[in-house]
Design a protein. Structure first.
Length: 342
């Protein structure tokens, strides 16, 4: 899906966007005053809104956003507690006839940095879905784009399911991009033109591990939800939610396989570096061994004492040179013979 340019500005209440959904009809965009009117009519009619429901998306970076929610929307206290507990693993829980979801997602300009992961908080009830974030995220923007393009939703739970599938699609794109990088590194390793450091692969692997740890839904909370869903959640929505989590599990499995592949590449690069170091050490050893005879003989003949042999001989230089060459050849033969045996 190609995401259109969306406005990320929020009004004074922190509302980024809002939509009212009638059954089997596309969402109608609304502003803060219309949202307040809808919420008030729901309160006056004791929840009877003719099967319509609302989605309000907030920017928590706006100071007044949380206060507006506390003043105008009935949300469980656990929702506000999760807003201040920091980033944690993705989970969906049933609390006071609401579904509370903590969804970790990546930023729009994701560049394989650990800081490019942020959190989206959601509260889903029979007629209201509230979402809140501090930074622009990819998955909720995909959902917002789908609503803007006229896709119809019959319940807030279907919106949540669509969001989880969008998150899985984002993760698939990340895995594909990471796989392309790993393929390129592997090709250069096989062609012995590798200039990538192990540290670069280590950074990529750490980001993938962090993504897997944060984005994987908590199995215990999800198991409880799927086995004892709220009464207002339709059976079809429960099945769709279960299917979306299964699709997500497949993506996480692919990510784990990619991490294992990166680990093997790191080991191959380490082995290649060790082999190069061994070759350099071998060359240095040969040079040292070959230079040893001439250094010893030159040291002996260079002593300023009497009785140095061949000092007065007319061919003394050539005799000493022949002795040095002989010992150098013997030393080189011994070194290469030992290396051939190894």
């Amino acid at each position: 899906m190609v995401i259109e340019n969306l406005s990320y500005g929020s009004d004074q209440s922190g509302l980024i966007c809002g939509y009212i959904f009638e059954r089997n009809h596309p969402g109608k965009p609304i502003h803060t005053t219309e949202a307040l009117s809808w919420l008030q009519s729901r309160t006056d009619n004791k929840g009877d809104t003719n099967d319509s429901f609302i989605w309000l998306h907030f920017n928590l970076s706006t100071v007044s956003a949380e206060k507006w929610l506390q003043d105008h929307v009935e949300l469980p206290e656990e929702f506000y507690e999760t807003l201040h507990e920091g980033s944690s693993t993705t989970r969906i829980e049933h609390v006071d006839q609401c579904l509370l979801a903590v969804v970790n997602d990546v930023l729009r300009d994701f560049a394989f940095e650990p800081s490019d992961i942020a959190t989206l908080w959601l509260s889903v009830s029979r007629n209201i879905m509230i979402s809140a974030r501090r930074k622009p995220l990819q998955s909720v923007d995909r959902l917002r784009n789908a609503v803007k393009n006229g896709e119809a939703f019959h319940s807030p739970t279907e919106l949540l399911t669509h969001l989880l599938r969008d998150q899985a699609d984002v993760l698939v794109a990340i895995v594909r991009k990471a796989t392309t990088k790993v393929d390129d590194i592997e090709d250069r390793l096989l062609s012995e033109r590798l200039n990538t450091k192990r540290a670069n692969l280590g950074e990529l692997r750490r980001v993938l591990v962090r993504l897997q740890r944060l984005l994987a839904p908590e199995p215990a909370a999800l198991f409880r939800l799927l086995n004892t869903p709220p009464r207002w959640v339709a059976e079809l929505d429960v099945q769709e939610l279960s299917q979306s989590t299964e699709e997500f599990a497949v993506v996480l499995s692919e990510m784990a396989s990619l991490q294992e592949r990166i680990k093997l590449l790191q080991e191959e690069i380490a082995a290649s570096v060790n082999e190069q170091n061994n070759r350099s050490l071998f060359v240095l050893t040969i040079v040292t061994v070959l230079a040893l005879p001439i250094n010893i003989i030159a040291g002996l003949l260079g002593m300023n004492v009497g009785g140095i042999p061949l000092a007065q001989h007319e061919n003394g230089f050539w005799i000493v040179a022949a002795i040095v060459a002989t010992f150098t050849v013997i030393a080189g033969w011994l070194v290469f013979k030992k290396n051939t045996r190894d």
